[in-house]
Design a protein around this ligand. Structure first.
Ligand SMILES: [Zn+2]
Length: 342
């Protein structure tokens, strides 16, 4: 699991860009930064849950849908983990198939549901309708709206980095986004961009992000609620109110498991002093084709990786602008305080 670092950074850079453009949403995003950044990550990654249980220690391990062969704690046996809800057990894969598309509106649907994919040029309509509904009848204040903007960050970032939507020109070692270059993207984002350039305190940022509450507007945004409002008028398809209670349980589980995930990542991405400068975790080096941390930084520079991050932020804020055009009331939320969402 590494989407956390990338998506959080896309959120941070998009917030900077929104401020640079003088968008009326910038203040609201800053005020609800932890919730906004949580939306940028968890707004979509509903498979943030264990994948297995270590048999020897009984502890939860892995990240939902990513196969775990042996316990990362003991090297011993694991058994599958399931989410228990209403007398039934749900494996992460089943939950992924059920909810991933309605979170990643553009490309996440299963083959059988592909007709529900939201075209790129309708994405702003979708998000603006959701936000309008949140203002109209979900009792949502600025915090929920910040979450929904974060959710948009995730959709745009994923679509670009996973080349579901064209435009991003990045070739880092062996492609745009590959098992080999993922550790490089994460480590460079974490240390060079996050810590060195932006002075980011990752421990505090990720800790605050993981501690934010589930936003009820998420259920409406995912169409796992009673169809109503502008969203149901424009997108009458794919509503699944029967899944609302299960979705609520999944979102709570995502929040619960994010904290240990984040802690594990902070540990994994730590650098140590080596004879030739900083060294990263040996497993990450191996995954990255044997590159040392120094070589990773050089590869990222050669690929203009930092520019790619800026490109993603710019594209995202273009979408912010489109949403603001469609739902200008968002600008007013910034200036007033609102009650927390129910
Ligand atoms: Zn995603």
């Amino acid at each position: 699991m590494s989407g956390l670092i990338g998506h959080t950074m896309y959120g941070i850079l998009a917030r900077h860009e929104a401020r640079a453009r003088g968008l009326p949403i910038a203040g609201l995003l800053a005020r609800h930064d932890a919730t906004y950044l949580c939306g940028a990550y968890l707004g979509c990654d509903i498979q943030t849950m264990p994948e297995a249980v270590c048999v020897d220690t009984g502890r939860e391990v892995g990240f939902g849908t990513v196969p775990v062969e042996r316990s990362p704690i003991t090297g011993g046996a694991v058994r599958p983990w399931s989410l228990a809800f209403d007398g039934r057990e749900y494996r992460p894969r089943a939950l992924h198939d059920r909810f991933y598309g309605r979170a990643h509106l553009i490309f996440g649907w299963t083959a059988a549901e592909r007709q529900h994919a939201v075209p790129w040029d309708h994405l702003a309509d979708y998000v603006a309708a959701t936000i309008g509904d949140a203002i109209d009848f979900l009792g949502a204040g600025g915090r929920s709206i910040a979450y929904l903007f974060g959710w948009l960050v995730h959709i745009v970032g994923d679509s670009l980095i996973k080349s579901q939507h064209p435009g991003l020109r990045l070739h880092l070692v062996d492609g745009t986004y590959t098992p080999t270059n993922r550790p490089i993207q994460d480590l460079v984002t974490f240390h060079e961009v996050g810590r060195a350039e932006l002075g980011l305190d990752w421990e505090r940022t990720l800790g605050a992000l993981a501690a934010t509450p589930v936003e009820p507007a998420q259920l409406h945004a995912m169409r796992v609620a009673r169809p109503r409002g502008a969203l149901a008028a424009i997108f009458p398809n794919a509503w699944a109110p029967g899944d609302e209670a299960l979705a609520r349980c999944v979102l709570a589980e995502n929040r619960r498991y994010l904290a240990p995930c984040a802690e594990r990542l902070l540990d994994e991405y730590r650098l140590t002093d080596g004879p030739d400068g900083p060294m990263c975790d040996a497993t990450l080096s191996r995954l990255a084709g044997g590159l040392t941390y120094r070589q990773m930084v050089a590869a990222a520079e050669q690929a203009h990786f930092r520019d790619a991050l800026d490109f993603i932020a710019h594209e995202t804020v273009d979408l912010f602008e489109q949403v603001l055009d469609r739902e200008p009331r968002v600008a007013g939320l910034d200036a007033t305080s609102h009650p927390a969402a129910r």
